[in-house]
Design a protein around this ligand. Sequence first.
Ligand SMILES: Cc1cc2nc3c(=O)[nH]c(=O)nc-3n(C[C@H](O)[C@H](O)[C@H](O)COP(=O)(O)OP(=O)(O)OC[C@H]3O[C@@H](n4cnc5c(N)ncnc54)[C@H](O)[C@@H]3O)c2cc1C
Length: 377
Amino acid sequence: MRIAVVGSGVIGLLTAVECVRATGVSQVDLVDAGPIPSPTATSHDRLRVVRALHRGEPALTFAAAGAHTGWLEVESLVGSRFYHPVGALTAMPQQDLSAALTLLTAIGARAWALSPTELAARYPKIRFPEGSGAVLEATAGVVLADQALAAVAHWLGTRPQVRLHPHRRVVDVTNEGVHFDDGTSLSADRVVVAAGPWSRALVPPTIADELTLWRQSLLSYRPDGWAGLPAVLGLGPAKDAWMMPKPAHSDAPLRLSAASACRPVDEMTDRTTPARWREHLERLFAEVLPDFDPAAVIGCVDGYYLADRTNDGPLLLSNGAVWTYAACGGMSFKFAPQIARTIADHALGRTPRPSGIAAIDTPRIISGTAPVRAGKE
Ligand SMILES: Cc1cc2nc3c(=O)[nH]c(=O)nc-3n(C[C@H](O)[C@H](O)[C@H](O)COP(=O)(O)OP(=O)(O)OC[C@H]3O[C@@H](n4cnc5c(N)ncnc54)[C@H](O)[C@@H]3O)c2cc1C
């Protein structure tokens, strides 16, 4: 069987890996409009957080129980280290600690609660919301995302059955393969489309209309002496601000953002943060970090992702021959090893190993036989 995978973000790369490892696959063609991996992909960033706790969402927490082991398996396959178990600290009202801990204990995660006094003593550089305690997940951590993508792309490039096609833009997808903007095409028995926030151009217009494009701003912050922190969530007056840590031995800056810096937009334009969104984050983190130093903000950048309007998360759709990860949602990086395995199983006609994410395990079937034509946005 010949498989074509469109997109070399984290989902396309890991789906290609799964196809290479499957029996009966003679050829895997991995295509991207940019280089492989592409620095403009949503996945291409310094860090992505991997944590299990989804407060009040047991199904997602159970799914996330396997996220960090998924990444450890990818590390071991490609022979490179990019997962750092720096931990994740989620601030919450003290009365919610026990429910969160029960959820994490049920999935076998190593976690414990910290009282407001313990929090203040342990993390004096952070001002937690009044009366907040926190749950610390020890096995949570961060993936050095750009390093992971490069290592996986390199591994794929050394497999005899893989052909990499950088700088090839797909304009149409049919049951027989993919068509490029230069008029050429590539045939395949199955096609997987994982085009991240660009997917709207490769799905039928009715599906594209059901997707929300989100744009999020992040500050890069490099103060002195902040190594060794976990990822921290639940900060600020709205408890929606978070910090991605700087793992020891990494030159990555801290990344600071908040749900309030994420807004729906009509189109993907540039990645330069408009002044008002940078100022919004600087004001917010001046409240969260008592010693916040604006001079230590070394940059601000915007990223995009698509979400299905019905669940504000991912969407997988298929007509049997073409499998399109039409919306990646805001959490696909950490779940990528699980999502890719399930997508590959679906596409190869194997009994799918469940990812635990409903939208992936039960894809939307759009038609039994009709080809998926490119939508005109
Ligand atoms: C600011 C921000 C912070 C985030 N933080 C986290 C986090 O901490 N943890 C987490 O789990 N998730 C996080 N996410 C979400 C996560 O990064 C994404 O869900 C994930 O990276 C999407 O990967 P993907 O492979 O689906 O898409 P992408 O990484 O965007 O890859 C798509 C690829 O398809 C290619 N492509 C597009 N169109 C075409 C075409 N027509 N022809 C050929 N190639 C094409 C592109 O060039 C690109 O390389 C965050 C997202 C943002 C924006």
